[in-house]
Design a binder for this molecule. Structure first.
Ligand code: S3P
Length: 657
């Protein structure tokens, strides 16, 4: 989760090496006869995927700062390889062409998103060139060693990735390979191949390539117009004047800029020069007023990754906006048409897709403080972040900026406080939503990430993770271990941070939940179910309120430890409440339910609980763990941010429903 305020401070000199060109430079460097040097490399997750795969193929790659040295993939017998392409479609599709050409047996795998993306588009043309693909579950595809021959391939989709896969395979095929494009897509592969001596020619929409010896090269990668676009969008929307330096200005990448210029944005280029066959220069943004946006099919093709950003920007401008032939957006890191519809509807505006074109209709009045879903898509998360800043505040459920643009926050001049949660299984936690709510109320720019850690992680690694956050919540099974590691003065810790002493806010959370129900437990007899970290934190707090507590736990020795440590009575009859800290289990189900009980507290807010059910049947008050989660989280957040504790539980409950 990331929460934004309306604050930003554009940093226009951020160096964000173009991702498309970097993928190609790495791959061609690994095919060239010698060692190539690539400078200004942005080590995004996608680029690291390509580096990783090329290393698996045997290329020697050295990374020093932002300079990458690439050696040639050696000719040798390859074992059956597994190439992990992560989230990167470009890695998978371009390397399909290379691996088919090299005649290597390899299985291509990727993350959840990539596994769902269409691969038939490369499988078909490469098969026509003689490649042998095998399709299996849980992988993108498998390639079996085979000899390639030239072919004429007619593009069946406007995709530079497919074109590049075919051209790269064509470097190894017997005879000539011709690729016929429908629309002219980004042409970095052709330009680069030409500069390093490949047998390649471009005649209109036909590209011809054949076996080649590629010369090693040195290249300075210009900044990525697809990344810079986020800064330009913010500058245009906020009327900020800005000059973004050393950006790639290849026409096949400038669709976003053309659409904005046509709609009245004052965007010009200067300092234009040629670098490695590519046009490079500065982008100057001056104050202007936008009219409704209109994108042709070619604009969309030349700015395919920026269409969601254009649609987002369109929401801020009153009127009807049109984007032609956007169907391809359905097959990106997420279904980006759906993502655009989600953003529009969160803003009370309309985005509609008729199977071909997209129309956005906006009254230009946007709400602030909305919580967006990024669909785990880096570019959608960046669109929503920029929009949240434009409207003066909002949050995004997940912020995978590192996939393409690790310097994103740096370029916008925002420095989110880095908060998070560690535990063994925390992916379903409600804390990110809670923190989005709290940060929105407090006007704090922060992120809150959930990190699953293996139970047996070493102390050193655990400390390293803790040290990488400004503030961290800790949950099972690490509460006691972190307390011991950080020499806390309490036995179980759920809150640590850069400028605070490790502590537990669990006990506070329980007491505060009871208080909100006007329950005073001072000196009362209680049953506590469970003897783990949260139960202990609560016992510790309740002892100070004079409560008489009996601890019930499946493992008797764990209960006894608490009894001894806090001098608790062994038995408490007629408890006024049962406070349970265990998930539903046979032990919880078999608990007696004395008539004296007036209310129950159930920490587990996700699962079913027998105690909750029985209490509801008897018409007793049930205090839900979500309420405790709210109050303990509010206390943690207040500690990290040095702000007052906030209490908006009823509103939070409405927000998350
Ligand atoms: C890319 C081409 C585009 C683009 C992707 C990068 C490339 O994909 O969306 O981010 O580097 O060739 P398609 O070829 O699928 O349009």
């Amino acid at each position: 989760m990331i929460n934004l305020t309306g604050q930003f401070n554009l940093n226009t000199n951020v160096v964000c090496g173009d991702k498309s060109i970097t993928h190609r430079a790495l791959i061609l460097g690994a095919l060239a006869a010698g060692t190539s040097v690539i400078r200004n490399v942005t080590l995004s997750a996608d680029i690291l995927s390509t580096i990783d795969c090329l290393r698996s193929l045997g290329a020697k790659i050295e990374v020093k700062g932002t300079t990458v040295t690439v050696g040639c993939i050696p000719q040798h017998e390859y074992p059956r390889l597994t190439l992990n392409c992560g989230n990167s479609g470009t890695t998978a599709r371009l390397l399909a062409g290379v691996v088919a050409g090299l005649g290597v047996n390899a299985k291509f795998v990727g993350d959840h998103s990539l596994t769902k993306r269409p691969m038939q588009r490369v499988i078909e043309p490469l098969t026509a060139m003689g490649a042998k693909f095998v399709l299996r579950k849980n992988c993108l595809f498998e390639l079996r060693a085979a000899k390639l021959h030239g072919a004429t391939i007619n593009a069946n989709v406007n995709s530079a990735q497919v074109k590049s896969a075919v051209l790269l395979a064509g470097l190894f095929a017997e005879g000539e390979t011709r690729y016929v494009e429908q629309l002219h897509t980004r042409n970095h592969t052709e330009l680069m191949l030409k500069s390093i001596g490949a047998n390649i020619s471009v005649d209109g929409n036909v590209i011809t390539v054949s076996k080649s010896v590629l010369s090693p090269f040195e290249v300075d990668i210009p900044s990525d117009p697809s990344s810079v676009a986020f800064g330009v969008a913010l500058a245009v929307a906020k009327g900020v004047e800005a000059t973004f330096t050393n950006v790639l200005l290849n026409d096949t990448r400038l669709g976003f800029y053309r659409v904005l210029q046509r709609s009245g944005a004052n965007i010009t280029y200067c300092n234009i020069r040629e670098v490695f066959g590519e046009r490079v220069g500065d982008i100057v943004v001056k104050k202007s007023v936008l009219k409704p946006l209109f994108a042709t099919e070619q604009d969309v093709c030349d700015g395919i990754d920026e269409v969601p950003l254009l649609a987002t920007l369109a929401l801020t401008v009153k009127g009807e906006h049109k984007f032609g032939s956007v169907a391809e957006l359905q097959y990106k890191e997420c279904n980006r048409i759906q993502a655009i519809e989600h953003i529009a509807s969160k803003c009370n505006q309309i985005a509609s897709f008729d199977g071909k074109d997209l129309t956005v209709i906006s009254n230009g009045v946007l709400p602030k403080g909305k919580h967006f879903s990024s669909f785990n898509d880096h570019r959608i998360a960046m669109c929503e972040t920029v929009l949240s800043i434009i409207v003066g505040g909002g949050s995004v459920d997940n912020a995978p900026f590192d996939i393409s643009f690790p310097q994103f926050c740096g370029m916008l001049g925002i420095a989110p406080l880095k908060l998070g949660l560690i535990g063994e299984s925390v992916s379903d936690s409600k804390s990110p939503e809670l923190m989005a709510h709290l940060a929105g109320k407090a006007g704090v720019c922060c992120s809150y990430d959930t990190i699953n850690l293996p139970k047996d992680i070493s102390d050193d690694e655990l400390l390293m993770v803790i040290g990488s956050f400004d503030g961290l919540n800790v949950t099972m099974p690490f509460k006691n271990r972190v307390a011991a590691l950080l020499h806390a003065d309490c036995p179980s810790v759920n809150t640590v941070g850069k400028n605070i002493l490790p502590t537990s806010t669990d006990g506070y959370g329980v007491i505060q939940s009871l208080r909100s129900h006007n329950i005073d437990i001072t000196n009362k007899p209680l049953w506590i179910v469970g003897a783990g970290g949260a139960a202990e934190a609560c016992v510790r707090e309740l002892v100070q309120h004079g409560c008489k507590m009996q601890v019930l736990n499946r493992t008797k020795s764990h209960a006894k430890r608490l009894v001894d440590k806090y001098s608790l009575p062994v038995e408490v009859t007629n408890p006024v409440a049962i406070l349970s800290f265990v998930p539903q289990c046979s032990f919880e189900q078999s608990l007696p339910f004395p008539d004296s009980v007036e209310f129950v507290f159930v920490a587990d807010y996700k699962g079913h609980s027998n105690l909750r059910e029985q209490a509801t049947k008897r018409g007793l008050t049930v205090i839900d763990g979500l309420e405790m989660l709210y109050h303990q989280g509010a206390k943690s957040f207040a500690l990290w941010t040095n702000t007052a504790v906030q209490n908006y539980y009823p509103q939070f409950l409405k927000e998350i429903k």
